[in-house]
Write a protein that binds this ligand. Structure first.
Ligand code: BGC
Length: 710
């Protein structure tokens, strides 16, 4: 049996940003970057709050980082020992992702002997407002030591500062820091309480932005001294209350409760792969991350593209959620999937406003959605590396496919849960208005019988303002068909006029067919672009951080694409195409795809499974599952920092494993399993929820059995 533990055995300062992501802990309400206790904002330390946004001046609006209650370091005989300043003798950082526990152990050499700091901490999965930490000091000589531990309100911000007012103080053994945001006056309060298991003198001191305890004690050689900290975070936007008072809790009790909560989550979400420990480890690590960011207990909240790993991508929600992440939640904790869709229902007004802004009808959802559906994406979303000027990009105004992704997510949810009630809770309006939006994009040329959609950015963002993007047109048809299906199911007079129009749109929208070679052209004129390799395009870069797309990007006038586009469309509408066509398109597009987005590989993996090529699918699956385990992911788009965790890739790995390799699908309302395992895998075992029933799936050497448990 493999351990679900991630370990780094040495200290490498270059890994600080990456470790912040891969050692992340979280509970959906906040995410704690995997930084060390003594770190400050210089080392990208953050407790990132889900769905709490602020805009400082004219900078981009982004999520807020809470004051950091983990801030702790040690002094020995008056001298501070901390990373990265003091080189350690040994250092180990660990994430036990079975139990959601982060830990570290660091040994330093001092003038008189060795000292050891150990720390274990977690974002409580059972009480979402809480963080708990046990910090332990030992030395192999007698000395005077001080543990300085506090709440550091001088937080890391990309587009801050967000706290325009701060209050700090202490009362009855509880220290607190409250930050008040400038734009909406949101209060973020962090309180903590600390207990030492030894005799010590403790003093508390507060500054403008923080509050700190100084715990001083005499140290005997070879003895461990532990302090336990329980911290609580609340905001004035909360829709659920903290449970219990922090002064009455112990680390041990909270830890037991927390690990029990993780055990319940794993009971349904763990995937066993026989014969491939590396794949099993990476896939479950991806699942861990999906669980750290799931908005449990929260109303109408969604998940940002970089999860809770920081303010990257403005903490905004993209199509990533409905296309790549929601499947996992639908089949393991459907209530979370519903919460994600409720976010889109609650933000329908924002989508209506955006459609109006562009003279369109219905609901045009934000490309980078923030609270209230506010569009966080700017017209100048990338900074040019050469001129340092913002570049005009068209993600905001032309990436029309986002509304369709939401309808697609909704139907995946309804089909797998049978929860039609959601339609009465706002989802019907949402689907119909998305259909109206696509209708308002249709163009008919004088002598042509069909409708076209022009001036689009498809999933491959490198080619802007193209006509008839195969993916976008097919998704628009899907939305028309869905609206018609829903109207048929729930007829109402108010749709009488709309129905024939939707039928006409669906029947006459231009859906490009495979050409004589079986290839579907990505958009009008794509085949006329220069046909060069990805490496050749890469070699034309003058600066490694240069943006490949946009008007002058190196990929713009070539056939090199950023990510799955036609391939994504084929994997979603596989029943409309022959296996031969799917295979030919995979073969054509794969060498032309940069996979510059972490959303890409999983789609190629899935389609390769659908074309019975699990060996080709396998490396693509591994790339997705290891997105956060592999060093050197893409960190820049122009001069904009885009590093962080990759939950869409994690969700995509889950889809590739479950729907691709295990071949789980629905046929005539039944769940069936038609596996296509890579040679290395002897079998798979996992649970799934489908239409309120819990299933166990057992796959062995390419024969599958689906069993209902309850
Ligand atoms: C991708 C988008 C994606 C976004 C957030 C971009 O790099 O091209 O498709 O939605 O990242 O993950």
């Amino acid at each position: 049996m493999i351990d679900f533990i991630l370990t780094e055995k040495n200290f490498d300062r270059d890994n600080i940003p990456w470790n912040g992501n891969r050692f992340l802990t979280g509970n959906g309400y906040f995410g704690i970057r995997g930084t060390l206790e003594e770190y400050t904002k210089e080392n990208m330390c953050a407790v990132n709050m889900a769905g709490i946004y602020d805009r400082a001046g004219d900078a981009w609006r982004e999520t807020v980082n809470a004051p950091n209650p983990l801030y702790t370091y040690v002094k020995v005989n008056g001298k501070k020992y901390a990373l990265p300043e003091n080189e350690p003798v040994s250092h180990e950082q660990k994430l036990d992702f079975e139990n959601g526990l982060h830990s570290r152990k660091t040994v330093w050499q001092t003038e008189k002997g060795k000292i050891t700091v150990k720390c274990e901490r977690f974002a409580s999965m059972s009480r979402r407002h809480l963080i708990a930490m046990r910090y332990t000091f030992a030395s192999d000589f007698e000395c005077d030591a001080e543990i300085i531990t506090g709440i550091d309100g001088d937080v890391w911000d990309i587009n801050g500062p967000h706290f325009v007012k701060m209050r700090t103080g202490y009362e009855d053994g509880v220290n607190y820091v409250t930050g008040v945001t400038g734009e909406k006056n949101i209060f973020v309060t962090v309180r903590d309480t600390v207990n030492a298991d030894f005799n010590a003198a403790s003093e508390t001191e507060n500054t403008e932005k923080g509050v700190y305890r100084r715990i001083s004690f005499k140290v005997e050689s070879q003895k461990e001294y532990s302090v336990e900290k329980i911290a609580e975070i609340t905001t004035s936007e909360d829709d659920f209350e903290p449970q219990g008072e922090i002064t009455e809790m112990t680390y041990t009790e909270l830890k037991a409760e927390h690990t029990a909560a993780w055990a319940r989550i794993w009971d349904i979400s763990k995937i066993t792969i026989d014969g491939d420990d590396e794949a099993m480890y990476a896939l479950n690590y991806s699942i861990y991350h999906l669980n750290c960011i799931a908005p449990r207990e929260m109303k109408g909240k969604s998940i940002a593209a970089r999860g809770l790993s920081g303010q990257v991508y403005k903490g905004a929600v993209f199509w990533d959620t409905e296309m790549f992440m929601i499947d996992y939640y639908i089949h393991t904790e459907p209530q979370i999937a519903k919460t994600l869709l409720q976010y889109r229902i609650y933000t329908l007004d924002g989508a209506r406003k955006k459609a109006k802004e562009y003279g369109l009808k219905g609901a045009y959802y934000a490309w980078e959605s923030q609270d209230g559906g506010y569009e966080g994406c700017s017209d100048y979303n990338v900074t040019d590396v050469f001129t340092k000027r913002p570049m005009r990009t068209h993600f905001r105004d032309k990436q029309y496919h986002v509304s369709a992704a939401i309808v697609y997510g909704l139907m995946k949810y309804i089909n797998a849960t049978g929860d039609y009630d959601i339609l009465n809770e706002g989802a019907m309006d949402m689907a119909i208005e998305c259909a109206e939006f696509y209708r308002s994009l249709l163009i008919k040329k004088a002598d042509e019988p069909y409708y076209e959609i022009h001036d689009v950015v498809g999933p491959d963002e490198y080619h802007e303002r193209v006509n008839n993007n195969a993916y976008t047109n097919r998704m628009a048809k899907f939305v028309f068909d869905t609206a018609l299906e829903l109207i048929d199911k729930y007829p109402s007079d108010k749709y009488d006029g709309l129905k024939p129009m939707l039928k006409d749109s669906s029947e006459n929208i231009f859906i490009r067919k495979p050409d004589e070679n079986g290839i579907i052209e990505q958009f009008d004129g794509y085949f006329k672009l220069e046909d060069v390799s990805v490496d050749e395009v890469r070699s034309r870069l003058i600066d490694p951080k240069e943006y490949w797309g946009g008007a002058y990007g190196v990929a713009a006038d070539t056939q090199v694409i950023k990510q799955a586009d036609v391939v994504a469309m084929l994997s979603m509408f596989k029943d409309d195409y022959t296996t031969e066509v799917m295979a030919k398109n995979l073969e054509y597009y794969e060498p032309r795809t940069e996979h510059g987005s972490s959303l890409s590989a999983c789609m190629y993996s899935l389609l390769s499974c659908y074309t019975n090529n699990p060996e080709i699918a396998y490396p693509m699956f591994m790339k997705s599952a290891k997105a956060d385990l592999t060093k050197g992911g893409k960190e820049w788009a122009g001069l904009v920092y885009i590093g962080g965790t990759h939950p869409a890739s994690a969700g995509g790995a889950w889809i590739a494993a479950v729907k691709g390799f295990a071949g789980i699908r629905e046929e005539n309302g039944e769940l069936i399993c038609k596996p296509n395992l890579p040679k290395k895998w002897n079998g798979m075992r996992f649970k799934l929820i489908y239409k309120n029933k819990l299933y166990v799936i057992e796959v062995q050497n390419n024969s599958g059995a689906v069993m209902i448990i309850t």
